[in-house]
Design a protein around this ligand. Structure first.
Ligand code: AMP
Ligand code: GLY
Length: 423
């Protein structure tokens, strides 16, 4: 099979690394890719916003299958255009990608199909939103409706904070993503991420993970795209997974199909495990970054036929096997992230992979033959262990061998699971 992978982050490096191990693979291309992905794929300098150019490339190289990593091309309808051109594609349609692209869309779906989630209201202007907040009181959650790179959510512990967040959205802090605002009840519990494939009819549960959204140790400071993750998430017991499938995933699949938007791709369900059970915080319609890195480390099965079955409606024919080991990834980011940071800072050394650890590239580039950091999140140091404690020790041992002056990381990734393992 000839495969084209779309994207350039750590998630796509992990996907490329895994797809490259498939005996079914004849050739792997990545657009635009990064220097880590280049170890496994031929990089192509395509503008992925130019769907016609992506299709023309796929035709020229006789690509059998396109795997779309990030959400932006999905929300822009790249999967629809590729499928219309007769090319099998992993990733939901533009209509189905609204599950991630519009928080209001997802909340309305939950309301229609009785999927557990926080009570909410949608607003197009500030005044009624402010009245609703005053009536509900704090804590309360304010969300820009559209894609805001993980920054459009304010968990307001006071009413004043909530009112300020509403003003910020309507004042254009998130551009058009904030033209509509969702105000949502605060859910109290432990968060977990759950990943599940669907071909529109069948669901295949993958695995669970826990992210670390705040930039600082002890979960302090502003939200980021994710500073590290581990899998599995201990709070997601088999019973909790079963309830999530029944109460959240299955009604979503049947509801989306009923509404004329059948979903094909990966559900990344952000869950809050409350006293009542699993409740949906949000859906993403692509693998998590950096959650994908730990998932790929733990997946024993060949990824390629599983993704292909998802795209071609044959998911009932495949299974996914997982290592019992835990995997943990530490994100190395540019100093200043998630605020402003210097670009093109030199990375002097990235240590080699071993049997139990690997560094995925997220925001790197080659400038005059030298490796430099170009993004906020730059490297993902990922390791296995018999438990999270061992995976954490291995990941930080390798992290300490990265030579990059402008980089920093959290030193406590996995702390919740490590505390549980010590108890
Ligand atoms: P989201 O972008 O929707 O994942 O939200 C970012 C983060 O805000 C989540 O990972 C949660 O930590 C938090 N959050 C979002 N919605 C809620 C909610 N209803 N209750 C409590 N925390 C929330
Ligand atoms: N790590 C969170 C995300 O990929 O959205």
């Amino acid at each position: 099979m000839k495969v084209l992978l779309i994207g350039s982050g750590g998630r796509e490096h992990a996907l490329a690394w895994k797809i490259a191990q498939s005996p079914l693979l004849d050739a792997l291309y990545a657009a635009p890719g990064n220097p880590g992905i280049a170890d496994h794929a031929t990089l192509v300098a395509l503008n992925v916003e130019d769907h016609a150019a992506v299709i023309a490339f796929a035709k020229e190289k006789a690509i059998d299958f396109v795997v779309i990593g990030p959400e932006a091309p999905l929300v822009a309808g790249l999967a629809d255009d590729l499928r219309a051109a007769g090319i099998a594609t992993f990733g939901p349609s533009k209509a189905a990608a609204q599950l991630e692209g519009s928080k209001g869309f997802t909340k309305d779906l939950c309301a229609r199909y009785d999927i557990p989630t926080g009570a909410y209201q949608r607003f197009k202007t500030a005044e009624p939103a402010r009245d609703y907040v005053r009536a509900q009181g704090a804590p309360i959650v304010i969300k820009a409706d559209g894609l805001a790179a993980g920054k459009g959510v304010t968990v307001a512990m006071t009413e004043a904070e909530a009112l300020a967040a509403i003003d910020e959205c309507f004042d254009g802090a998130f551009g058009t993503a904030g033209a509509e605002v969702v105000v949502e009840a605060f859910l109290d519990g432990e968060e977990a991420s759950f990943f599940c494939l669907s071909d529109g009819k069948t669901a295949l549960a993958l695995a669970t993970a826990q992210d670390h959204k705040r930039v600082g140790d002890g979960d302090t400071g502003p939200n980021t795209g994710g500073m590290g993750a581990y899998s599995p998430a201990p709070v997601m017991t088999p019973a909790m997974v079963e309830r999530t499938m029944k109460e959240i995933i299955e009604p979503t699949i049947s509801g989306m199909a009923k509404d004329g938007n059948p979903f094909s791709g990966v559900f990344f369900a952000g869950l809050m495990i409350t006293a009542k059970g699993p409740e949906l915080i949000e859906y993403n319609v692509r693998f998590g970054d950096p959650e994908c890195q730990v998932l790929m480390m733990r997946l024993k099965s060949d990824l390629l036929p599983i993704l292909y079955a998802t795209a071609t409606g044959t998911l009932d024919k495949v299974q996914a096997e997982w290592r019992d080991d835990a995997a943990l990834t530490v994100v190395l980011a540019s100093k200043g992230y998630p605020g402003a940071y210097d670009k093109n800072t030199p990375i002097a050394h990235v240590p080699e992979a071993s049997a139990e650890a690997k560094v995925f590239h997220a925001g790197t580039a080659l400038k005059d033959g030298k490796l430099v950091a170009t993004g906020g999140r730059v490297l993902n140091v990922t390791a296995f262990g018999k438990d999270v404690t061992e995976a954490q020790a291995r990941a930080y041992a390798l992290t300490d061998r990265v030579e990059w002056e402008n980089g920093f990381c959290r030193r406590d990734i996995g702390w919740q699971a490590v505390a549980r393992e010590k108890a």
